[in-house]
Design a protein around this ligand. Structure first.
Ligand code: SF4
Length: 445
């Protein structure tokens, strides 16, 4: 009988990619995946250690599984929290049998076999850069994430990622093309490129224009791919070459997630991020000039140490000026080991929460207005689910898991790309009906 594993994946899409690759490696080695934890020989939690709330969730999941596990079952913690804490994680979550960091997940099969034999783990490292990770399409999803680099070389003062993952390590282009080929040959309709900063792709390999050249290479390799989406761009790394490439290829979704973190130059200085908001204005202008229909997402942090009322007002003013389609707002989380944790004038939780509510309410109105502007438009919708005659999908304006949906008044099939006319806008979602018109030249138009 095949050994079985139960895998719980927490955290961001980058973690999801690693989880899916681990699942594939184990299955290829003869293991079977089960969604019933009691049946599994091995329980795996891919943890997140980014901020306090994510760590709490990861510890809670580990303790929960540790309590439920039956004699003979092994519990393995992998991922960011494991990398950050090392073996001391086992003090916080009693019952965890072993810990595997983010830089060693390719050893998952060896680790799993070793654990089941009751032996101790070797702490050797594995190189990820040129590994063509096994990629298997999720049967219920027409989209797949493809991780092009790991780690981050930016100096943001609040962020634990460089501590956890180290500097950026880009995958080789041939490894990425191999993974893209695997996904598309399994019927994936949308490939989503992710990294901590996709726009820095290739810098550590000495490449110039790494991301635009990679996009060209992917589209040469899999020209039949309908949608290619980019996530997590660093504003100052969005070059004219990248914008031209995005605009030139109809498969590239006119969508960009461009985390800005704040809009006040003095706060940005304390964040160790670029402070030139005129440069940001120029980048937004170029993006919108080259792709007038582009949907832009960003994220901001409120309650950063020393944030004054005036600086917060600068952020609110910017929200109205920049008119992003989607915005994620986070309350600052003080993270041990980061420069920001040492800054004076930490903002009280109460003030940070009030600012969060105010910024969210303002952006809700802006997003609603941007959504209402879609009424009457024709959008192609990638169908993700069908229920009682209603198809649920996303247009090029919506990244999976973080943006809205388009609900269509007709049944379809998962993976279909349906031309639709938008009839109604809600705060974050759209309603539409399939249109008779043929799809426009761009699948993302
Ligand atoms: S660019 Fe993003 S991942 Fe990198 S240090 Fe800054 S916030 Fe962290």
């Amino acid at each position: 009988m095949r050994k079985q594993f139960f895998l719980l994946s927490l955290g961001c899409p980058k973690n999801t990619v690693d989880s899916e690759a681990m699942r594939c490696l184990l299955e290829d080695a003869g293991w079977a995946s089960t969604d019933r934890m009691q049946r599994a020989d091995l329980l795996i939690v891919n943890t997140c250690g980014f901020i306090e709330s994510a760590r709490s969730e990861s510890y809670a999941a580990l303790r929960d599984l540790a309590q439920q596990k039956r004699p003979g079952q092994q519990l393995l913690a992998v991922g960011c929290l494991s990398q950050r804490t090392g073996d001391s994680l086992r003090q916080e979550a009693r019952g965890v049998d072993a810990v595997l960091g983010t830089r060693r997940w390719v050893k998952i099969v060896d680790v799993a076999e070793t654990l089941l034999r009751g032996e101790s783990l070797h702490q050797d490292c594995a190189g990820l850069a040129s590994l063509v990770a096994p990629m298997r399409r999720q049967p219920d999803s027409p989209s797949a994430y493809l991780k092009i680099a790991d780690g981050c070389s930016a100096p943001c003062a609040f962020c634990t990622i460089p501590l956890i993952k180290g500097p950026q390590q880009s995958k080789t282009q041939s490894a990425i093309l191999g993974e893209a080929q695997q996904l598309v040959s399994q019927g994936v309709r949308e490939v989503i490129l992710v990294a901590q900063d996709t726009t820095a792709y290739g810098r550590d390999l000495g490449l110039q224009d790494g991301l635009p050249n990679l996009i060209e290479a992917i589209l040469d390799e899999v020209p039949q791919l309908p949608w290619l989406r980019l996530m997590y761009a660093y504003p100052q790394h969005v070059t004219p070459a990248l914008i031209d490439t995005m605009a030139a290829h109809p498969q590239v979704c006119h969508y960009l997630d461009l985390p800005l973190q704040h809009a006040s130059p003095s706060v940005l200085r304390r964040m160790h991020r670029p402070t030139d908001m005129q440069a940001v204005r120029r980048i937004l202008g170029r993006l919108r000039g080259a792709m007038p229909d582009i949907a832009l997402r960003t994220t901001y942090i409120v309650g950063y140490p020393g944030e004054t009322d005036v600086e917060f007002q600068e952020l609110l003013d910017w929200l109205q000026e920049a008119c992003f389609d989607r915005v994620g707002i986070f309350v600052y989380s003080r993270e041990e080991g980061t420069p920001a944790a040492q800054l004076p004038d930490q903002v009280s939780a109460e003030v940070a929460q009030e600012r969060y509510q105010e910024a969210m309410e303002l952006q809700r109105r802006i997003s609603e207005e941007r959504n209402r502007a879609q009424i009457g438009r024709s959008l192609d919708v990638l169908v993700e689910g069908v229920d009682r005659g209603i198809s649920v999908g996303r247009s090029y304006r919506d990244a999976p898991e973080i943006d809205g949906y388009v609900l269509l008044t007709a049944a379809s099939h998962v993976g279909d790309i349906v031309p639709a006319r938008i009839t109604q806008a809600l705060d974050y979602d759209l309603l539409g009906e399939p249109s008779e018109s043929a799809p426009t030249a761009s699948p993302c138009d």
